[in-house]
Ligand binder design. Sequence first.
Ligand code: SF4
Ligand code: SF4
Length: 132
Amino acid sequence: MKLLLTFSRRGQKDSGREPVIARVVKETGVLINVEKANIDSTAGEVLIDIPDSDADLVRKHLVDMGVTVRVMENAIVLDEAECIDCGACISICPQEVFSFDDEWRLQVNAARCVLCGRCILACPHSALSQLG
Ligand code: SF4
Ligand code: SF4
């Protein structure tokens, strides 16, 4: 399950420099895969991937630390009626989410998506969108 974490270092309950992810890993024993991170001195946005079975535990710890947690489901959604199988999304995606099948029809492996949004901008037919 992918979780999008947003936090303000000023708003954190503990030390403003607390390493949020490291602390949750230490306290829960859950291995957290960080897929995307955008952090500066005052705030941060981090996309993590964790086993579904650990989601409640991790979420509780994060919320207790003052982190806003959003569950990201169906990260990228393809509108097949709009897709013209042009392949623009295949070339731009850094995660190899898209591919063609044997008949040159677009296939989507959404589990690999890190929500960078590049494919949405690149699609000439507005066939891609992001749900969360
Ligand atoms: S949002 Fe980024 S990672 Fe996800 S499918 Fe689009 S280009 Fe790939
Ligand atoms: S860029 Fe858009 S139209 Fe082209 S293959 Fe990808 S989803 Fe389909």
